[in-house]
Design a protein around this ligand. Sequence first.
Ligand code: GLU
Length: 463
Amino acid sequence: MVITRFPPSPTGHLHLGGARTALFNWLFSKHNKGKFILRFEDTDKERSKPEYVESVKASLKWLGLNWDEGPYFQSERIKIYHQYAQKLFEEGKAYYCECPKEVLEQKKKEMLAKGLKPKYDKICREKKLEPKPGRALRIKAPELGEIVFEDLLRGKIVFSAEEIDDFIIIRSDGMPTYNFAVVIDDITMSITHIIRGDDHISNTPKQILIYKALEINPPKFVHIPMVLGPDGTRLSKRHGAKSILEYKEAGFLPNALINYLARLGWGYGDQEYFTIEELIEKFDLKNINLSPARFDQDKLLAFNAYWMRNSSSKYLLNHVKPFLKNYDLNKFSEDYILSAIETVKIRTKTLIEMAEMMNFYLTEDIIYDIDGAKKFLLPEIAPILGKIAQDLKELPLEEKILENYLRTLAETSGMKFKNIAQAIRVALTGKTVSPGLFEIIKVLGKEKTVERIKKAIEYIKGL
Ligand code: GLU
């Protein structure tokens, strides 16, 4: 069974890069009918914050990336790390180190000054020190040879043993280091595939050494290229990239974000748009691109517009609701709201735009756009509006019939069709731009339409 994991450090909100890593792990497990585990790497007590745990969870949930197990917290698993550390110590594969921090810092500085890669000088390696508060535990790394691992995307990756020193696995304060905790977690959670950013390639040989020392086969590694900004540097806020929850607030749809994130570094022929079900069906590690993808704000917006047009109105209703908080939606039938959405969804790029455009459907308080009213709600149109209000009672609300009716009316009255239509539009929506006039009339229904036309006549009379 395939088991993947997403192990963020709760030191910030979930961003696009992290969300893409989570998505790839989630898709791979779903594609293989496996499991996806969430765990928080929160051993950095200073920087880890409960509010970030909540915000990462909320982001994943909103995206629909639900986890099958967890969330686990490394801070609650310290005992487990110590058990494995103890085993390595007893087997002589790890040793305690009493070198004071300041001394290590000083030596490090000296090596850097000489242009050398700082490495621990193994002073304590043969001292056979017993555990004692204040002592760190180091792994005995091999001095010669190679450390090799297979990356499913990149093939064999080889490091020289000389590059790795006797690194710390348990700090002098008893906390595990990242490399140790991550390995113990991946072992105890039976992770089969580790899909993560390629910034972790350099950590992998250390993790391999820990697996070796424990005589346990490592999982499969898949290091994916980082997401870059348009200028080719690592994606950050500077590029206008927002956190996942900020995209939510900005009126993006989760299915659009998922589709866009999937396409950031993964492809399936030249297909651009995928539903989540299609992604699960088609996701495959071999189609991950080895050259880094670049984030493109406009493209993301285009994906959102696409999914605004192509998602079901029910789905859109669920997601637009938070943006309609100022309306009492209970006053309307669900059918009414769904057909309203049907008329605006092809015209809006975000849920914020959608909510704005839906205003006239959800309020009786139509406020006329000043220029629109000046231009179209004119005294000479009032009698024609009056006739329309009268005739509408008898007319079926069919687009063709309404259009023919208005065209005939334009001819017989000598007014321009466009001016009549715009006057009705302003009367019904307050604006000069809106969904198609006949679509609107159909959704609003006769009663509301007639009422609003009458109000516009009153308005003209009052001028
Ligand atoms: N906490 C690490 C990160 O956020 C996880 C790295 C890993 O996947 O092993 O980058």
